[in-house]
Design a protein around this ligand. Sequence first.
Ligand SMILES: Nc1ncnc2c1ncn2[C@@H]1O[C@H](COP(=O)(O)OP(=O)(O)OP(=O)(O)O)[C@@H](O)[C@H]1O
Ligand SMILES: [Mg+2]
Length: 285
Amino acid sequence: MSIEIKNLKYVYNPGLPGETVALDDVSLTISEGEMVGIIGHTGSGKSTLLQHMNGLLKPDSGHVFVDGECITDDKTDLVDIRRRVGLVFQYPEYQLFEETVVDDVAFGPKNLGIEGEELKKTVREAIEIVGLDYEEIKDSSPFELSGGMKRRVAIAGVIAMRPSVLILDEPTAGLDPTAHRDILSMIRRINEEKEITIILVSHNMGDIAKMCDRVIVMENGKIVLEGRPREIFTQDALLESMGLDVPPALDIMRKISKSIDGFTSSALTLDEAAEDIKEFMKRKK
Ligand SMILES: Nc1ncnc2c1ncn2[C@@H]1O[C@H](COP(=O)(O)OP(=O)(O)OP(=O)(O)O)[C@@H](O)[C@H]1O
Ligand SMILES: [Mg+2]
C-alpha cells in the first residue's frame, strides 16, 4: 500500500502564545513494500508527520492519500484507514492493559468483528511474527514480561489488525542491546514475510543505515534531504549542521582511513566495514 503526502502544513496551538509550525509544506511518497527511515533532530516534526499518515491528526492544509484514496477528506472512514495503516507510538507497552497477552493482542481484531477460530489464528500469527512463543506466552500477564517482550506484545496488537503499512516511532528507544537487536530483526521479518510497508523513525543512525531502503531527513518541519542511506550519510557536514550523527561504523572507518596508508572505507554498517578490512588485508598480502 502506498502513501502520498502533498504539501502538508500543521500548526499546534494556532493563534496562541505556544503556536508552533510543526509541518511546513511537506510532500512525500512512500511506495508499497518499502522500508523508509525518517530522521531529524528532536522537535523537527517526525511524530507529527507520522500521525498524519493514518488520520490521527488532520492537516491545516495539504492532503494525504492512502492507496490513492484521499484520507484528509471528511468522508473518509478513518477506522478502516487506522486498521490498514498501523501506528506504533513511542513506548507502546504503556498501552497494554488486558490480563493476558492473548487478550491484549486480540483486542483490536475483536473490535473489527473477527471471532472464533479466525481470531485465534490471527492472534497466534501476530504473536509468532514478533518472535514470541505463542504457547509459552499466551496466558501470561503482559505486565510480568521484560521490557523488550512487552514492546513486542504491543506491536503484535497492531499487527493483529493486519495492516498493510506499519509505522514505528522510535521502536528501540530505551531497550537493552539484545532486545534492541530482537526488535530490529522483527521489523525486518514483518517487512519481508508479510510484505508490509515499514516507516521507521529513529535517532539511531546505525539502525537506519542497516535497515532502510530510503532515508528522509526532517528539520524545522520540512523535509530537507531524501535518498538512499549512502547518499544521505555521506553528507557529514550537512548532517552535523542539523545536529545529526553519521552511523558509528562510518565514523570509525573514516578515522581509520585517515590513519592507515592505502586504506579507504566509507562503510555504513559493521558488516560492510568488516568486508572492507578483509579486502584491504588481502591486497596487502
Ligand atoms: N501536542 C503538542 N502541542 C504543542 N506543540 C507540540 C505538540 N507536539 C509537538 N509539538 C511541537 O511541534 C514540533 C514538532 O514536534 P514532533 O513531536 O513532531 O517532533 P519529533 O521530530 O517527533 O521530535 P522527537 O525526536 O523529540 O520525538 C516541536 O516543536 C514540538 O515542540
Ligand atoms: Mg517524536
